[in-house]
Design a protein around this ligand. Structure first.
Ligand code: ADP
Length: 276
């Protein structure tokens, strides 16, 4: 059997819980052939864990895309892109490729960092990525930015934001309530332009969840590549990331990554799906 090819256009997280490392591990766990076009390299200070982002030259980025497009990915995911030029090029790369699926994880800040949001990047995502996205996977903050509705605090506000983001061209929208919405359960909202679904799991430990967002979007990408419908793919991805979060572990005093292999190795978690 030929493996489906999944390409991530993302940054490298040297601590390896998030970024392209999370994507590749997840792609592998879900039986796809994972590939990378790297945008930047994130390293951490050993005393403070403050993040340092080293961008690669646009020329090197471009060369990777040319090779990756030539190989021919079936599905493409975006992660940390960093500049408007890269955001625009990532959208073009999807068009040039023969990929059927484009999963846009609209990463705006490095988790745990107060990196100032670049509003130009948000506009570039709206112009160049959303109209091409099979699925876009913002967290509450990112959905607030993409929709222009600001801080989202309830499922009703998430529904409004999902409609606005859908109207900007994304064919399917998942807004991740994550740990910000509720204490007991973790809610995500899925919208296909017609119906809203609430996806719910128990809330697990919140200390060692580095890489949860990347893992969720990468799992969505792999499930789409392997033939699930968008709705099936996000439900399966939520189950996959829930296992990863429940089994997250302490790496050092600063960070604890999710366990990307927990779904296959440790346990499956139930996702309750309800039309709302
Ligand atoms: P991001 O890293 O982009 O902020 P999140 O960590 O909010 O993304 O979410 C990734 C996925 O993990 C979503 O499906 C979210 O609901 C889920 N999730 C996040 N934190 C928890 C938790 N503590 N328990 C269960 N699920 C969680």
């Amino acid at each position: 059997m030929t493996l489906k090819k999944t390409l991530t256009i993302a940054g490298s997280d040297t601590s390896a819980g998030a970024g392209m490392q999370a994507d590749l591990k997840t792609f592998q766990e879900l039986n796809t052939y994972g590939m990378v076009a790297l945008t930047s390299i994130v390293t951490m200070d050993n005393k403070t864990w403050s993040h340092d982002v080293t961008p690669l030259s646009f020329k090197v980025f471009e060369k990777q895309l040319e090779t990756a497009i030539f190989i021919g990915p079936d599905a493409i995911k975006t992660g940390m892109l960093g500049t408007q030029e890269i955001i625009k090029r990532a959208g073009e790369a999807f068009e040039q490729s023969k990929a059927k699926y484009f999963v846009v994880d609209p990463v705006m800040v490095c988790k745990g960092e107060n990196e100032v949001l670049n509003p130009g990047n948000t506009d570039a995502m709206i112009d160049h990525l959303l109209p091409k996205a099979t699925i876009v996977t913002p967290n509450l903050f990112e959905a607030g930015q993409l929709s222009g509705l600001g801080t989202l605090k309830s499922i009703e506000e998430m529904k409004k934001a999902a409609e606005v983001i859908y109207d900007k061209g994304a064919k399917h929208v998942v807004i991740k309530g994550g740990k910000a919405l509720d204490q007991e359960y973790s809610y995500d909202l899925y919208y296909d332009g017609d119906r809203f679904y609430q996806l719910k799991t128990d809330m697990f430990q919140q200390s060692y969840n580095h890489g949860a967002g990347c893992t969720f979007a990468a799992a969505t990408t792999a499930y789409l590549a392997n033939g699930k419908s968008p709705k099936e793919a996000v439900i399966a991805a939520k189950a996959f990331v829930a296992s990863a979060i429940k089994n997250g572990w302490k790496m050092n005093e600063f960070v604890g990554p999710v366990d990307h292999g927990a779904y296959n190795r440790v346990e499956h978690i139930e996702v309750a799906v309800e039309e709302i």
